[in-house]
Design a protein around this ligand. Structure first.
Ligand code: SAH
Ligand code: SF4
Length: 373
């Protein structure tokens, strides 16, 4: 019996990877650029339709290769224009991706892993634990599918103008698959987005921030969430490995690698945990004279969590305090609430087992994750 060879999925291959692939088939490097334009700019998956490839090459690709986006499990459209897709990732698991329209732009919030190993205390993805890394095809495929399904913009451009890695998973813990996806997003033969419009959000994997700065310097958002190590150790456990001073040093070097660049610091507003005026002042102490912006995120509760969202007044006071002292600070609007699609709160399929575990932990302690850290 002969087992047929698996087809190579070209969807997640960067220009370099495709050039190597075509070189291996005795083809010229420009084939890579042609195929990228067909796939990422025209949304074509059928090699037969790629009419500027020679007939024999098309036949060979039909036999050996494929353009395979992740499988859509469901799509929900919210009343405020936000849409959420669930993609099946095998073994009954799924990842989530959101599209958020805004004035002059369309932001795709994408996932990089199924689950996450970093276990931040307030995060629904962290509560699921880690399942697996997404492939680069699954990562870039989330943008491919949105551009294929959503109408083009009035000026004829594709729907997605901005991409943020703020869905499920820690992108810098899946560096080897995230970088080819980033390259496709910013390539003129891929999605052609400027680096400013592609944002990696990380909880602070310092060595990979450093590497990203050298290899693919896109916009950087860092999930700070606390202004001192004691508190950050408790709610963002990676801080024990890479504490705030080390993280911030790396951020300033990252920003300096391109002029006029800011690092955005995300700060989830947790009632009674990190939201006092003293915390705002401490945060100012860290970021005051630096190329930094702060984005306050109202906490999105999920079943089993012990945290609560800070009140709107508390969030406003916190933001005003930073602004008075000269720090650029904004508060993220919560969108897509009716379809549970707020960006940064993509829960995926949280199993009952996990929910029960969290629920059990919550009993007998007001704030078990903080208390036990
Ligand atoms: N792992 C990366 C990116 C995914 S999370 C990171 O941590 O940065 C995207 C953002 O949503 C992060 O700032 C994260 O801390 C935040 N977030 C996670 N859970 C949240 C919740 N329940 N409510 C509000 N923001 C949350
Ligand atoms: Fe992972 Fe980010 Fe959630 Fe932390 S906040 S557990 S790093 S997805």
């Amino acid at each position: 019996m002969t087992i047929p060879a698996a087809r190579t999925n070209l969807l997640g291959m960067s220009r370099d990877m495709l050039e190597r692939y075509f070189a291996g088939r005795g083809e010229k490097p420009f084939r890579a650029r042609q195929v990228m334009q067909w796939i990422h700019q025209r949304g074509v998956t059928d090699f037969e339709a790629m009419t500027d490839l020679s007939k024999p090459l098309r036949e060979a690709l039909k036999r050996d290769a494929e353009v395979l986006p992740p499988a859509i499990q469901s799509r929900h459209d919210s009343e405020d224009g936000t849409s959420k897709w669930l993609f099946a990732t095998g073994c009954g698991q799924a990842i989530e991706t959101v599209f958020i329209p805004g004035p002059g732009r369309g932001t795709r919030c994408i996932s990089s892993q199924v689950g996450c190993a970093l276990d931040c205390a307030f995060c629904a993805t962290g509560a699921q634990g880690f399942n697996r890394n997404l492939t680069s095809a699954e990562i870039v495929g989330q943008v491919f599918v949105a551009n294929g399904e959503l109408p083009r913009r009035e000026n004829g451009d594709p729907a997605v103008t901005n991409v943020v890695f703020m869905g499920m998973g820690e992108p810098l813990a899946n560096y080897r698959n995230v970088v080819p996806a980033l390259e496709l997003l910013i390539s003129d033969y891929g999605y052609g987005l400027s680096r400013r419009r592609v944002t990696i959000s990380t909880s602070g994997i310092v060595p990979h921030i450093e590497r990203l700065g050298d290899e693919c310097n896109v916009s950087l958002a860092v999930s700070l969430h606390a202004p001192n190590d004691e508190l950050r150790d408790a709610i963002v456990p990676i801080n024990k490995l890479h504490p705030i001073a080390e993280l911030l040093d790396t951020c300033w070097r990252y920003a300096a690698k391109r002029s006029n660049r800011f690092v955005t610091f995300e700060y989830v507003m947790l009632r009674g945990v990190n939201d006092s005026i003293d915390h705002a002042d401490e945060l100012f102490g860290l970021l005051g004279d630096k190329p930094a912006k702060v984005n306050l995120i109202p906490f999105n509760p999920f079943p089993g969590t012990v945290f609560r969202r800070s009140s709107a007044d508390t969030i406003r006071h916190f933001q005003n305090r930073l602004r008075e002292r000269g720090v650029v600070a904004t508060t993220r609007r919560t969108r897509g609430g009716d379809i549970d699609a707020a960006c940064g709160q993509l829960a995926g399929e949280v199993s009952n087992r996990v929910r029960n575990r969290l629920g059990a932990k919550a009993i007998g302690s007001k704030n078990p994750k903080v208390a036990s850290a």
